[in-house]
Design a protein around this ligand. Structure first.
Ligand code: SF4
Length: 898
């Protein structure tokens, strides 16, 4: 079924990463969706990465949750909105009456629009009377929030994306921007091409694709960032490379910060602790000291740590010491992961914040907000942060939770604990766009929400730019916007002032609140102030162009903050924060001798409930993997291409071993995207330790002690099938969407010789007369089969004792054919393409579907030396540019002596 379409062209915003690219969506008369970059959007200037470009592949209705559902005695049934809203409202009201407001909670998401977030926060903190509303943004940027508040007095990103282009030195710390913030990275690439004197330093334990443009890569030991930046602060002071006037006039606390920094020892001590070459460390320190225009951008590698807030402040300290903040081409820069993590922060969507950057621990500001909302019961103490919240649910202290637009049973650390928690919870409500998620399987009430392209509101990106997300598809089924669902429940509970007639009305209240009591009568002046956007008629809201806050009066956006050296602390001074370096929460030992680091892959987003639908995005990394150093693989008895189990004190996962991810010895890397829906046992959150930063509450996703061991199987196999299959025979399976088929990777512990016996059953070939071709070598444990209907391939199955099975990319081409000829059938059974060129190999360039083998052949055949030559020859790398680092690696490989 296709979504019903309103034929028009609409400017909107990409729903994935925090860059917040502008998108133009055009719905054709036939319902087909054309996606292009919006050249007018300041964040992206017309560019999209492959995830944004493939948005059109993600909006179908297959798998959507289209009606409210109730689970009763384990069985789901459809319900009316009236009944579902009543079930939630009555459940919340009863539990609050019996156990108090802290017995209920909301767990929301950086995927919500600001308007959704605003009413969720108002409902919980002003009307339920508890601050038990936290968000999945806790998992990715709460350390940055804490660092900003400590240093600046408010949660602010001072700079803008243009600063990356104006800087003479860009330091990327714990950021694989090439994959995780691709269009911003491409802006940096172009700026460096235009000004080759610009330097880029990458500080990351892994040699990621981002290192492609690095003049210097410091592969620090995981978790040692504070030592490195404390060392830099001490070096800057020793070398008198600080801005004494700025420090004297605009900051406080340098002495204490220096005393803390001194504990890391001298430069050699720091180099030893960080496990980097002292000469390279000195080179970085010298470069930082002598370069005025420095941007230090950081993201999950910094934030996701039990000392994340201190890591953030150790970076900011160096910028305060040099006065490099608030001016063009300089400043610390937190890159947010999600599209609206920033919007959530603006409305107080974290358990320790109030709306409009007011402070929960400030009685005056609580009173101000209570008056504005006419709130009957204001929260007066911080609520439970994400990890604590799920522990409180398991302990029975929180008895009802409403989860919106997120999948915590996959994304939280110690994710099996989160599952136990929901299994015990009296009332689990989930608002979602899809039905089948790990989390939704535990929900008692499922509420169908609108998805991207259907919902309407605003988001804020990493540079404080508020952009409209606009609807261009009709609401499917009975799905409703999140803000309306929350308001319906609030009204059913008897709460006033939830009768908004659209997102514009919510935005107006949000904008008015930002100016309410802001800086008047000696009150704290809050930098988050968009009162200039209040009072817009609906048409003005609908036409709103991207604008950076603060907007104190109409037409006065602010590109950079702190240009006047005045910060948000009451005395106007920024604070140096003493950052005592400390080791990660859990140390390695003989049982768990390796560090697990987790993160994203280039073409997927979060738990793949949306990007997992797009065949274009499935080809680059089609299955979960364990990236590790070849010597570690040798040491722990695992082999590239074979399966291994990664075990921690909290859980275990299974994935295929690979090398080449730039990982140092002693660490392994796994992607975060696979869930119980897409793999049998690759939900990496189950392995991640639940230690959190004591200040920010952000979990330590980058440092879990683990061991790696072989996952013994008797056979490997894969299936390409036009229809979904049950996979009971497999000891391990993974699933991705291909173009016209689903691809299953399998491994089994049954004898390989039995493959022929269960192949037909597995592929549901019940008819004895079916067009079923097969070849078997029982002794060799090899089996190949295909099922055809009217000459068209329906499914194929390949099994072998070894993992070197036929190329999936080549076989995928068979599914594009209307009918297979005799030659095709022979190739199928032989497991080899007749011509080597037909096997393109694993996808490198997703935009143009160019495989590794195609690139290698082109390089060899045409003697190509540079990435632009590859692009000119076979297009690869010619659109979003995300694959250029991989193309350059192939060029370098080809240039090696034979
Ligand atoms: Fe979307 Fe981020 Fe890609 Fe831009 S860079 S298109 S916001 S995923």
């Amino acid at each position: 079924m296709k979504p019903s379409a309103i034929p028009t062209t609409v400017k909107t915003t990409c729903p994935y990463c925090g860059v917040g690219c502008g998108v133009k969506a055009q719905v054709g008369a036939d319902g087909a969706l054309a996606i292009a970059g919006d050249a007018d959007h300041p964040a992206s200037q017309g560019r999209l990465c492959v995830k944004g470009s493939a948005l059109g592949e993600t909006v179908g209705l297959q798998g959507r949750l289209l009606a409210p559902m109730l689970r009763e005695e384990g069985v789901l049934r459809e319900a009316s909105w009236d009944e579902a809203v009543g079930r939630v409202a009555d459940g919340f009201a009863r539990i609050v009456a019996e156990h108090g407001p802290d017995a209920v909670a909301l767990y929301v998401s950086g995927q919500l629009l600001t308007e959704d977030y605003y009413v969720a926060n108002k409902f919980m903190k002003g009307f339920i009377g508890s601050a038990n509303i936290d968000t999945n943004s806790r998992l990715c940027m709460s350390s940055a929030v804490a660092g900003h508040k400590r240093a600046f007095g408010e949660d602010l990103v001072p700079g803008c994306y243009e600063d990356f282009e104006l800087a003479d030195l860009v330091v990327l710390v714990g950021s694989n921007a090439a994959w995780c913030h691709p269009t911003l990275y491409q802006r940096l690439v172009r700026a460096k091409e235009a000004r080759p004197q610009m330097k880029v330093v990458v500080i990351d334990p892994r040699r990621t694709a981002t290192c492609d443009i690095a003049d210097l890569h410091l592969p620090i030991k995981p978790g040692t960032d504070v030592w490195l930046f404390n060392g830099l602060l001490a070096y800057l002071v020793q070398q008198k490379a600080v801005d004494s006037r700025f420090i004297a006039e605009h900051t406080a606390g340098l002495d204490d910060a220096l005393a803390a920094a001194a504990q890391g020892g001298n430069l050699l001590d720091v180099a030893r602790t960080c496990r980097v070459d002292p000469q390279q460390l000195l080179a970085f320190y010298e470069l930082f000291a002598r370069t005025e225009q420095v941007v230090s951008a950081f993201t999950m590698g910094v934030n996701q740590s039990s000392s994340g807030a201190d890591k953030v402040n150790s970076i900011i300290n160096c910028h305060l010491a040099t006065g490099r903040i608030g001016r063009p081409g300089m400043g610390p820069f937190s890159l947010t992961g999600q599209p609206n993590a920033m919007g959530g922060r603006e409305v107080g969507g974290l358990a320790n914040m109030l709306a409009a950057h007011m402070e929960l621990d400030d009685a005056g500001q609580r009173a101000l907000l209570q008056a504005f909302w006419a709130a009957p019961r204001m929260a007066d103490k911080p609520g439970l942060k994400a990890v604590d919240l799920f522990q409180a649910i398991e302990a029975g202290k929180v008895k009802a939770v409403w989860i919106m637009a997120t999948n915590p049973l996959v994304s939280l650390p110690d994710a099996d604990q989160a599952r136990r928690a929901l299994e015990k919870c009296e009332l689990v409500v989930a608002s979602d766009i899809v039905l089948g998620t790990d989390t939704n399987a535990s929900a008692h009430v499922l509420l169908p929400a609108l998805g991207w392209g259907e919902k309407d509101g605003t988001v804020t990106n990493s540079e404080r730019c508020i952009s409209r997300q606009r609807a261009f598809l009709a609401a499917p089924g009975q799905a409703r916007p999140d803000w309306r669902i929350i308001c319906d429940v609030a009204r059913r509970m008897g709460f006033r002032d939830f009768d908004f007639d659209g997102p514009h009305a919510i935005f107006d209240e949000h904008a008015r609140l930002s100016g309410y009591g802001n800086g008047v009568d000696g009150g704290r002046r809050r930098a988050f102030d968009i009162r200039g956007l209040a009072g817009m008629p609906r048409a003005g809201y609908d036409a709103l162009d991207p604008v950076q806050w603060p907007v104190r009066s109409r037409g006065e956006p602010t590109v950079r903050l702190f240009a006047d050296g005045r910060f948000a602390h009451p005395d106007g001074r920024a604070r140096f924060v003493p950052t005592l370096a400390r080791a990660p929460a859990h140390a390695l030992d003989a049982e768990f001798p390796l560090v697990l680091n987790t993160g994203r892959v280039r073409d997927q987003w979060h738990t793949m409930t949306r990007t997992g639908r797009a065949p274009t995005l499935a080809q680059h990394v089609p299955e979960p993997f364990i990236d590790m150093h070849p010597q570690d693989a040798l040491l722990w008895g695992v082999k590239a291409g074979e399966l291994a189990r990664v075990t921690s004190r909290w859980g275990a996962v299974v994935a295929r071993v690979q090398h080449g991810g730039g990982i140092a010895r002693g660490s392994v890397f796994m992607p975060i995207h696979w869930s119980g829906q897409t793999a049998s046992d690759a939900r990496v959150g189950a392995v991640v330790n639940p230690a959190v930063d004591p200040v920010s509450g952000e979990p330590e996703f980058k440092h879990t002690p683990v061991r790696v061991e072989p996952f013994g199987v008797n056979w490997y196999g894969f299936i390409l099938s036009r229809v979904a299959l049950p996979l009971l025979e497999a000891a391990h399976w993974t699933r991705v969407q291909g173009n016209g088929f689903i691809r299953y990777e399998l491994a089994g512990r049954t004898p390989a010789a039995q493959a022929a016996d269960w192949g037909r059953a597995l592929l549901r070939v019940e008819d004895e007369e079916a067009d079923w071709i097969e070849v078997e070598d029982r002794n060799g444990g090899m089996y190949r089969a295909a099922h055809l209907v009217d000459g068209r391939i329906e499914a194929c199955l390949f099994v072998s004792r070894r993992q070197d099975l036929p190329a999936r990319a080549w076989l995928a081409g068979m599914f594009a054919k209307e009918a297979l000829g005799q030659g095709d059938r022979l190739q199928l059974l032989s497991g080899r393409a007749k011509e080597p060129g037909l096997d393109a190999g694993p996808t490198v360039c997703s935009c143009f579907g160019v495989g590794r083998k195609t690139i290698e052949i082109a390089i060899r055949r045409h003697g190509l030396k540079e990435a632009p030559q590859v692009t000119a020859c076979i297009k690869a790398g010619g659109n979003c540019g995300s694959c250029v680092p991989e193309i350059r690696a192939l060029l370098a490989e080809a240039a090696l002596p034979a």
